[in-house]
Design a protein around this ligand. Structure first.
Ligand SMILES: *[C@@H]1O[C@H](CO)[C@@H](O)[C@H](O)[C@H]1NC(C)=O
Length: 525
């Protein structure tokens, strides 16, 4: 195989074995999968209970039994397939879907070999120089891309369903869990409808790919900010770069209703991520990130090879297809039927859906007003929002990461940012500050617009007025950053207790905002 080094970096995390430079399933596994692929008359697997026994046998054949599954996994499979879904659905699952998944697993070794042997495994993506794109561990502090076909992703997710991935060294490599045992075990341990509906989304995904295998690609990229001048990295902005920046603020549009993933504009959709990509998707989590993973399960594949993000890193996924509709959020989350994804497809065969995973500070409280942490958050967003190929042109134009020169780069694409209350729900961040930091980062990354879904958050009720006022007064990135820094300093010293918007524009709640200027309007100019 051509890309031996790439395969070696991931081999210990895969269930297949390498023998004399070819990938195999052990022979007992092949026999068991063949029986499963022929349907319940051959395999006797026609219930959740028996399915779990088949899974245990497969795991034994792979010598995985020393690493036990979550305690209630068997009960979870049985509860879902034998009690929660109708007998008709279960019959269809065991007669059609499960055999197709077993068949896809049988083909996994040859799919992987084809993947590593691909003549064009060094691929030109977007307008970048040629890149390695094979499946490998995308380690922390190393920018890189993995490009997978949707078919290979489907086989990898089938491995997760059958709990065939070895877990031994995932923890030590800062990798999240990837098998579905906890997903099913928590269904049984603390039954709730949201967990049942998360599993329904995944089952629906398997039904869809078994009735018609999608033929596109999905790319997973680790983006890294760094001081070194290697062109694969996005230059790390320092505090002075932000305070001196004269880049104009991008358009800011507030939407009071709607959802990020329903946006029709071509934009980066922000995933309010956990530093472990996917967060609680495969356990009990069911908020913004986890819901995105359930309606577009191909995202889960990234959890296989993307270790935990550091402060200067972000993850970008292009091409994940959406399969399910849903309603509700958290405890009220429900699968709401099939979703046909009609997004355009790019020349790499990827859907033009771009998801940016950026993890905000967790429970930052007063810490979030400290300069160091403001910088952490703005640079995290900047890392996600930057376009790796744009940032190259950027670097050649700007010496010393200095943003103070006027930029007049003309980019053809008009890809903006679609976001919302990043880091402000379970993570407890200050929504006024987080909103502004995202706006600054989007502007500095030369994005043409930022669409903000406010989800009726009380603290943001004057957001539209505030952003309009700021635009009207033509503040640039440096001006607004300096105000955030000044406010945060006062807030840290307890010289002010009001929110940022009220501090910045105290008259907003009463009079016509456009008529009045606060005394410091010219600060920073
Ligand atoms: C997916 O990517 C591979 C590898 O670059 C490429 O050969 C193939 O044509 C792509 N698929 C589509 C549908 O464009």
């Amino acid at each position: 195989m051509e890309n031996r080094e790439d395969l070696n970096s991931i081999l210990e995390f895969l269930p297949v074995v390498l023998r004399s430079s070819a990938l195999f399933w052990p022979s007992q596994v092949v026999e068991a999968l063949k029986a499963l692929s022929k349907g319940p008359e051959h395999s006797q697997v026609d219930s959740g209970e028996v399915l779990f026994l088949a899974i245990s046998d497969l795991r034994n054949s792979l010598n995985l039994s020393a690493d036990p599954l979550a305690f209630s996994t068997a009960d979870g499979f049985s509860l879902f397939f034998d009690d929660l879904i109708s007998r008709a659905e279960a019959n269809k699952w065991f007669a059609e879907i499960l055999p197709a998944l077993a068949d896809s697993l049988l083909r996994l070794p040859s799919m992987l070999e084809a993947h590593y042997n691909r003549a064009d495994s060094i691929t030109r993506i977007d307008s970048r120089d040629e890149l390695r794109t094979s499946l490998r561990l995308l380690k922390s502090q190393e920018p890189g891309i993995v490009l997978l076909s949707q078919e290979l992703i489907a086989a990898l997710l089938a491995c997760s369903f059958f709990c065939l991935f070895p877990n031994y060294s995932r923890d030590a490599n800062h990798l999240p869990l990837i098998n579905f045992d906890h997903l099913f075990a928590s269904l049984y341990d603390s039954y709730n409808e949201k967990q049942e509906n998360k599993i329904k989304c995944i089952i629906h995904y398997f039904e869809r790919i078994c009735s018609s295998m999608p033929v596109g690609n999905v790319s997973f990229e680790r983006k890294v900010l760094a001081d070194n001048h290697n062109l694969n990295y996005i230059p790390y902005p320092k505090a002075e770069s932000w305070s001196k920046s004269v880049v104009s603020l991008c358009l800011f549009e507030v939407c009071s209703s709607g959802l990020i993933e329903d946006t029709s504009k071509e934009a980066l959709e922000v995933d309010f991520a956990n530093k472990y990509f996917g967060g609680g998707a495969l356990t009990k989590g069911c908020v913004q990130e986890e819901i995105r993973f359930m309606i577009s399960p191909e995202l889960i594949a990234g959890m296989l090879f993307l270790p935990c993000m550091a402060d200067n890193e972000a993850i970008e996924v292009v091409g994940a297809e959406r399969f399910s509709k849903y309603k509700g959020y958290a405890a009220s989350f429900r699968f709401d039927g099939d979703f046909l994804d009609k997004r355009d497809i790019d020349i790499m065969g990827r859907r033009k859906t771009r998801i940016i995973a950026i993890d905000a500070l967790v429970n930052p409280e007063e810490r979030q007003y400290r300069h160091k942490f403001l910088l952490r958050e703005i640079n995290k967003a900047f890392c996600g929002f930057s376009d790796s190929c744009k940032s190259k042109q950027y670097q050649t134009l700007l010496k010393d990461d200095d943003f103070s020169e006027s930029l007049s780069l003309n980019f053809e694409d008009e890809i903006g940012i679609v976001t919302g209350n990043w880091g402000c729900g379970a993570f407890g961040g200050d929504p006024e500050i987080k909103t502004i930091l995202q706006w600054l980062a989007a502007s500095q990354a030369l994005r043409p617009f930022l669409v903000y879904y406010a989800f009726n958050m009380e603290a943001l009720k004057t957001l539209e007025q505030v952003t309009k006022w700021i635009m009207l007064h033509k503040w640039n990135v440096g001006d607004l950053w300096n105000m955030v820094v000044e406010y945060s300093l006062q807030r840290s010293k307890r010289e002010t207790g009001v929110g940022f918007f009220n501090w910045l524009l105290p008259f907003l709640s009463s009079d016509d905002p456009m008529m009045l200027d606060p005394p410091y309007v010219n600060i920073g100019k």
